[in-house]
Design a protein around this ligand. Structure first.
Ligand code: AMP
Ligand code: ZN
Length: 116
């Protein structure tokens, strides 16, 4: 989608610091990290939010790919020996600010339940 920032990152038209990539997804550093490690797992195909993703066959396949590759992504993020948090903010009330589905992988410090 032309106007979507994460589509531009996927196509290389906007800059990002990529730590992992395959045919279906890209993982890059969040520009405003809330912890020492904060990366975004982003499907290359545009889905506006998680519900749109899981209600399409393509989207479910990508979600399953993310689940399968999670150990590799965690390794690329350097969190294999620590705990982490995996978060999806879905739609406006869920705190989603970028309308291209993504999962926050956060770690590198102790995390409490923080709900601003
Ligand atoms: P959410 O609020 O769940 O939609 O998360 C959007 C995330 O994207 C926020 O944590 C932002 O800091 C991050 N973000 C926004 N623009 C960029 C960018 N150009 N590169 C990397 N991360 C970004
Ligand atoms: Zn997009």
């Amino acid at each position: 989608m032309k106007s979507c920032l994460f589509c531009k990152i996927v196509s290389g038209d906007a800059a990002s610091d990529i730590i992992y990539e395959n045919d279906d997804l890209i993982v890059f550093k969040d520009i405003h990290p809330i912890a020492p490690v904060h990366v975004l797992i982003v499907p290359k195909k545009h889905f506006t939010h998680l519900i749109e993703m899981v209600t399409s066959e393509d989207g479910r396949a990508v979600l399953s790919n993310i689940a399968e590759l999670l150990p590799d992504i965690v390794l690329a993020a350097g969190l294999e020996n620590r705990g982490f948090r995996l978060v999806n903010n879905c739609k406006e009330e869920g705190g989603q600010t970028i309308a291209h589905v993504h999962f926050h992988l956060i770690g590198g410090r102790p995390l409490k339940l923080e709900l601003p």
